[in-house]
Design a protein around this ligand. Structure first.
Ligand SMILES: Cc1cc2nc3c(=O)[nH]c(=O)nc-3n(C[C@H](O)[C@H](O)[C@H](O)COP(=O)(O)OP(=O)(O)OC[C@H]3O[C@@H](n4cnc5c(N)ncnc54)[C@H](O)[C@@H]3O)c2cc1C
Length: 305
């Protein structure tokens, strides 16, 4: 696969960019599935100024751009990703408090954010402690659990357009919906958000978090690499129940397996490829449709190729 980014282009960007630049970087290092071929270029800006520099640079160079958070909801193709992958993570992860308002940068992880809020005696994000993504990824996916979603707590989001300009979006403009939002189209990057929580007792908040984590440890295969639930839950019944009902638990292709613990998880049991996972996803979709007449819709994002 020919790279779209040359060494000379990387040297030019490095002159005005504060952060890490890597060429031909294996994406399996950045995904919870531990799957994915190389990104032509992966950059990790350390501040918003550098984020805008790299966006404008990629725009001017005509390079495609993909925004990466913690890579916990992604299946990256074995061929990797052409163009530039911008990782919003360390350096773009500060959190500050003003009463019940929390201002957090998109690179903070959801468990870290939930714990910081608990320490301040702010309740509302307990459900987020077991979601390993970044706040930016959670906003793009409208991540949620236990009947809450991140959109329920969001007041406004500071976003950057692909030309590097800033735009502040209200909660309504963010169009939060089932596992999607205005960020889902890939033309807008979440930089920072204001969430509004409620006062609570830190000890009870921590207790609730422990209960949620214990529930996950029992019900989910947390000991193996995965990207969480593969399919959205159809109304009325969990996708895992359909897949289990179709007799597919434990089905293996290459290094990927439909989890024996939770049938809506595909786990990487050893050197799985994206192709292995895609085959299992297709088998699950086809078999569930044939048996129950239900169309399973992927929740994980498949990128690259
Ligand atoms: C063990 C496990 C359990 C999980 N449990 C849950 C759960 O209970 N509920 C749930 O909803 N999800 C769950 N997930 C899935 C995942 O953690 C969430 O979807 C999470 O919000 C993804 O965040 P991320 O930073 O990893 O995003 P990534 O996987 O890096 O990216 C996901 C999407 O968000 C976009 N994106 C990322 N950052 C930004 C940004 N700053 N601006 C704009 N777009 C951006 C990407 O382009 C991509 O389209 C689980 C995953 C695992 C591995």
């Amino acid at each position: 696969m020919t790279s779209m980014v040359t060494d000379e282009q990387a040297r030019q960007l490095a002159k005005s960019f504060n952060g890490r630049i890597a060429l031909n970087e294996p994406m399996k290092k950045y995904t919870s599935f531990q799957i994915g071929g190389p990104a032509d270029m992966l950059v990790q800006p350390r501040d918003l100024q550098s984020l805008s520099v790299v966006l404008r640079w990629a725009w001017n160079e005509g390079l495609p751009l993909f925004v990466l958070g913690n890579g916990t909801n992604l299946l990256v193709a074995d061929e990797g990703i052409r163009g530039v992958v911008v990782r919003i993570g360390p350096g773009l992860d500060s959190v500050s408090f003003d009463g019940e308002r929390v201002r957090a940068m998109a690179g903070v992880s959801m468990p870290a954010l939930a714990r910081a809020c608990a320490e301040r005696g702010l309740a509302g994000l307990e459900w987020a402690v077991g979601i390993p993504g970044s706040l930016g990824g959670a906003m793009a996916m409208n991540a949620g659990a236990y009947s809450h979603t991140v959109g329920d707590f969001t007041r406004e989001v500071t976003t950057m357009l692909l030309d590097g300009s800033i735009s502040v979006k209200s909660c309504e403009e963010m169009q939060f919906a089932q596992r999607s939002s205005r960020l889902s189209h890939g033309d807008l990057i979440a930089c920072e958000a204001v969430l509004v929580l409620e006062p609570g007792d830190p000890e009870s908040i921590r207790c609730q978090m422990s209960e949620y984590m214990e529930d996950r440890r029992i019900k989910q295969p947390l000991h193996l690499p995965s990207a969480g639930c593969v399919f959205q839950n159809p109304s009325g019944r969990g996708a895992g129940r359909y897949i289990d009902g179709a007799g597919l638990k434990g089905l293996r292709v290459g290094g990927a397996e439909i989890s024996r613990v939770h049938a809506n998880f595909i786990v990487n049991v050893g050197d799985a490829t994206a192709r292995d996972v895609l085959i299992l996803m297709n088998v699950a979709r086809r078999t569930v449709y044939e048996k129950f007449g239900v169309e399973l819709v992927p929740e994980i994002r498949v990128v690259g190729g």
